[in-house]
Design a protein around this ligand. Sequence first.
Ligand code: GAL
Length: 387
Amino acid sequence: MKVLRILLLCLLSLPAYAQKFEGLALTPPMGWNSWNTFEVDVNEDLVREMADLMVSSGMRDAGYTYIVVDDGWEAMERDANGNLVADPKRFPGGMKALADYVHAKGLKFGIHNDAGTRTCNGFPGGRGHEYQDARLYASWGVDYLKYDWCNTGTADAQETYKTMRDALYAAGRPVVFSLCEWGNNKPWEWAKDIGHLWRTTGDITDCYNCQGEYDMGMRFVLELQKGLEKHAGPDHWNDPDMLEVGNPGLTLAESRSHFTLWSMLAAPLMAGNDLRIMSPEIRDILTNKAAIAVNQDALGKQAYLYMDHISKLIYVKELSEGQWAIAWHNSGDQAFKLRINWSHFKFLGEKTHKIYDVWADKKMGKTGKNIELDIASHDTLFLVLTP
Ligand code: GAL
């Protein structure tokens, strides 16, 4: 009996390894990732420059924390001990030095790898090396891991991502774990205890309405988020992919809409533009305080599609302290006249609310009085209501 009791006590006092890191990503992660502009064309000078620009542009102070090096950082083969190595030509100083540089800027460091044998671009993947890789990442000071799904054969997604989660936890350094299996296996149904965010779709690209074999414009990505809102919350977010804000294929109105809608969806805000050529208008979008506050609201609710009528999409996001955010998006090719009759928005109850227009940075009086205005093609009206 005594032996049994001691055994039980020992078991109970063992650290629980089968879990993700708690207390991370309580609001959607924000940062910059190399993929949407640079694809595999990455090197340490570029990453350093982006880290510098995240600070000097005001992005860090606006909340962008993680700088993530996506696919392309590795040498083509592991070393003799089976360790991953950074490409010696493009990352001669190695990943530890780069992480140190990023940390010294008050930012956090992230990296990309893959759950399969190789990444989508043929670099070594993590399959069979999970614990070894997790220890290496911890020794480099990695704070964020985006884990892709190429070359995984018949592997089970849940089991595979659980293995890496456990490996990261065992390595002991808190890491935000970003699952990137493109929504193939409905991760919103099972990944809450495995990762902090999971991709819900294939890749986004910098256009509004286009669709390729492997990627699609923001309008298509948006469409695929319908109904997923119930699965998101603090430390477990739907990820409709990284931002194309400021990239050449979007107009300014489309960039503004993209940022509005991703803010409303409580999506991770991972910028993906070339910060060296960022215009003041794009910087103003990416660092807009009110938009970011909607995205980062502590309640952690993802907006739902309140109405979808012809080309008028209305999204509603409940915020803390009785506030609401509402976005009217024009997905059509023509401007439309919007008439807001506040009595239709029953969730506002009997109270009047003060209205703030995020993009015009202007107070618009109170609900009660109907509003009429025009919304240009692909643009969005973004209002925050305060009781
Ligand atoms: C894709 C992923 C992209 C990018 C790319 C790198 O699977 O969705 O965001 O990481 O791999 O090869």
